[in-house]
Ligand binder design. Structure first.
Ligand code: NAP
Length: 296
């Protein structure tokens, strides 16, 4: 019997999220063999060359056949179809888990198609960068980050414990959360900021009063604020489509604050502007204190 946590791990979608999990588990000697599965040969070859995975295949059925754990790490809308495609080829007792940024829709797409002898544990590591592909993966991505698991009433407890151990080994604090709460919390702290950054870059980039691209003048503030607008468009299209209700609620809330700010600027209300900025600064400074405490 193997003494590693996961004798054979299959990663379907060897990008930032899948590749980083593979690297962190390998560094912790927690996996036997890691198989990378994907569509493009160039990304798989890069994953092999960088030592992210031990072998690769473009055939999902072959890649998952002997796997004890299969980690799905494709864009959200591909997770359900991929799970259905591999379902007949999983070995009895296999654990299927994912890292998708939206959970209710992914569970709806996968659970009805689960075989009785396969266990599904939905998950979402709260870590990332704006970079994509195997080349973007690094072993410390999950260190001191949180990973949210959203088990349902059908989730097998042993499978849940193994997935918890997997993420703890990768460096995460694991949080169990209700699926609806997950999708709303993430809509607020991650999905809305991405929408704002994408809209801001579009708005500023299309300003055409002068005969030149004014983005050339962008410096620290603009670049810091819009870093996340360099994130993969397919990934964010899928998140916007699959977490639509929660995201719309957050976008409407944001519009109300933006309208208040616009009104204060328009009316020249100095006190109101000061109060608005001071409240924002206090909230933002509070986040910095929180994350310092969490990271110590
Ligand atoms: P990524 O770097 O672009 O990697 C995704 C991988 O999936 C790629 O290597 C790609 O390889 C494969 N893929 C893309 N489309 C596919 C399709 N239609 N069918 C099958 N394979 C496909 O993206 P990522 O940042 O790792 O994100 C992966 C998942 O993690 C997403 O569900 C995302 O929501 C979630 N997530 C992302 C972050 C973040 O900050 N980036 C954080 C937490 C969770 P091939 O093109 O070669 O197939």
């Amino acid at each position: 019997m193997s003494d590693v946590l996961i004798p054979r791990l299959a990663i379907l979608g060897v990008g930032l999220i899948g590749g980083s999990l593979a690297l962190s588990l390998k560094q912790a000697h927690a996996v036997g063999e890691t198989i990378g599965i994907g569509r493009s040969l160039s990304n798989l070859e890069k994953a092999l060359e960088l030592g992210v995975v031990d072998r690769v295949t473009q055939d999902p059925a072959e890649g998952v056949r002997e796997a004890d754990v299969v980690f799905l790490a494709t864009p959200v809308q591909a997770l359900g179809p991929m799970a259905c495609q591999i379902m007949p080829h999983l070995k009895p007792g296999a654990i299927l888990t994912d890292g998708g940024s939206v959970k209710a829709e992914v569970i709806r797409a996968i659970e009805p198609h689960l075989r009785a002898d396969v266990h599904f544990v939905p998950g979402h590591p709260i870590a990332g960068t704006e970079k994509s592909g195997a080349e973007a993966a690094f072993a410390t991505l999950y260190r001191k980050r949180r990973c949210i698991l959203t088990p349902s009433a059908h989730t097998d407890v042993h499978a849940l414990e193994l997935v918890r151990s997997m993420w703890e080994t990768a460096g995460c604090e694991v949080v169990i959360m209700d699926v609806e709460k997950h999708d709303r919390v993430l809509a607020a702290i991650s999905h809305l900021p991405h929408m704002v950054a994408y809209a801001l870059v579009n708005g500023v980039g299309s300003y055409d009063r002068y005969d030149e691209n004014i983005l050339a003048y962008s410096a620290g503030g603009f670049r810091d604020f819009t870093r996340i607008a360099s994130s993969d468009p397919t990934m964010w299209r899928d998140i916007a489509l699959t977490n639509r209700d929660a995201l719309l609620e957050m976008m409407e809330g944001f519009e109300r604050y933006f309208a208040e700010l616009k009104e204060n600027v328009s009316s020249g209300d100095a006190d109101a502007l000061y109060r608005f900025f001071r409240r924002s600064k206090e909230l933002r400074d509070g986040i910095l204190t929180l994350s310092t405490e969490e990271n110590t």
